[in-house]
Ligand binder design. Sequence first.
Ligand SMILES: [Cu+2]
Length: 159
Amino acid sequence: MTPMRWLFAALSLTLVAACDGGTADPAAPAAAAAAPSIDVGNAFVMVPLEGRDVTMAGLDIAVRGQDVRLAEVRTTFAERAELHTMSMVDDKMTMRQVDGFDIPAGQTFQLKRGGNHIMLFQVDPLEPEEAYDLTLVFEYGDGHREVVNVPARAQSFGE
Ligand SMILES: [Cu+2]
């Protein structure tokens, strides 16, 4: 192959890749995808430490049939809820707010202590073992939204 032909080969591969990326077309036949489902379980919220009103919450999200994005979390027991990642930066555990989490179909995504989590600010006093509602807003590729409410069990940090 001449260098020119190589270049064309590389270009057409790029085009194919670009087309593949565009298959999130809402008009595409839905028959190929199984009925989408989102199952949320094991939800918990940590009782804030004495004198604090900031805490975190976690849960498991099992996604079937279609990729989905966890776009937002709401609560009535905290002023503000954010989605956070946690990672090591310069030997320090560092939290960052993110716009959402993309969850591929067939996966169970965990929000948990020491990992990706829900961060809650200005939290009302919480009673251990009581349940407090979290509202999760999911978004499909076609813009369709699904709202899931889940009771989160309040857990003390000693547990
Ligand atoms: Cu956080």
